[in-house]
Write a protein that binds this ligand. Structure first.
Ligand code: CA
Length: 241
């Protein structure tokens, strides 16, 4: 079997060098492109298994490039290299999955481990769709409803104060865990175990980024609502009323 071809789109040669070196050392075949246009050309040649995209590129930004690459090759796994927290929010907002970005500065080993995990996950997902979370007991649903949340496990939907929230799969699972047991403090690790298909691949800050998105969605329904409590150094809980 030949080495998986990894498209590396990064305009800073020093960073690109580090990445391509780490990838080839680990048995991958990296293809470095310094611009979006070059990346689209390289993709057209075929055989790309995964793309690593810098967001700040000289011609088009990484998000636009992502759209074009996946239009050509639906399901292409992508890992974004993000330099600012605002970019992380956008990546999370795209709902590509939990593990589709690495924040700069990053260690090359961490990035290569991420490449491996994402490839494994996409191959597994192609073989069998992830199993649905376990069914909610009616008692837990009733308890959650008293705190303004109503969980519809069949539709994978949560209503807050009567309004349906538009949640990603991970956000749905996170909020469900918290809402079912108001007052119970969950560590980031526990939340990952419950909400992620592959907890080993998620980092602490990934949980934080998703909680941030959740809070924003809850505020859209009620600007004063802040039902998710941060316990410094411990994790998160749903506020007991
Ligand atoms: Ca750049």
């Amino acid at each position: 079997m030949s080495a998986p071809h990894i498209l590396v789109v990064e305009d800073e040669p020093a960073i690109a060098d580090t990445i391509t070196y780490a990838l080839s050392t680990d048995g991958f075949e990296p293809h470095w492109c310094a611009s979006g246009a070059a990346a689209l050309q390289a993709q057209a040649a075929g055989g790309i298994a995964l793309a690593i995209l810098d967001i700040g590129l000289p011609d088009i930004n990484g998000f636009e490039l992502f759209k074009r690459l996946t239009a050509q090759q639906p399901g292409l796994p992508v890992i974004f290299l993000t330099a600012r927290s605002g970019e992380i929010d956008r990546v999370v907002g795209l709902e590509l999955g939990a593990d589709d970005y690495v924040a700069k500065p990053f260690s090359p080993r961490e990035l290569v481990a991420r490449v491996r995990t994402v490839l494994r996950r996409t191959q597994r997902a192609a073989a069998a769709p992830p199993t649905a979370p376990t069914a909610t007991s009616s008692a837990a649903t009733a308890a959650a409803a008293t705190h303004g949340f109503a969980i519809d496990d069949e539709r994978k939907q949560i209503r807050f104060r009567g309004k349906a929230l538009d949640l990603s799969r991970i956000e749905y699972r996170l909020l469900k865990v918290l809402a079912e047991r108001p007052g119970r403090v969950y560590s980031r690790d526990e939340l990952m175990q419950r909400a992620w298909d592959d907890p080993a691949a998620a980092f602490d800050r990934t949980v934080d980024a998703h909680v941030k998105m959740l809070r924003a969605k809850l505020r859209e329904i009620d600007a004063a609502a802040d039902p998710i409590v941060t316990h410094r150094g411990l994790g998160y809980s749903l506020r007991e009323e």
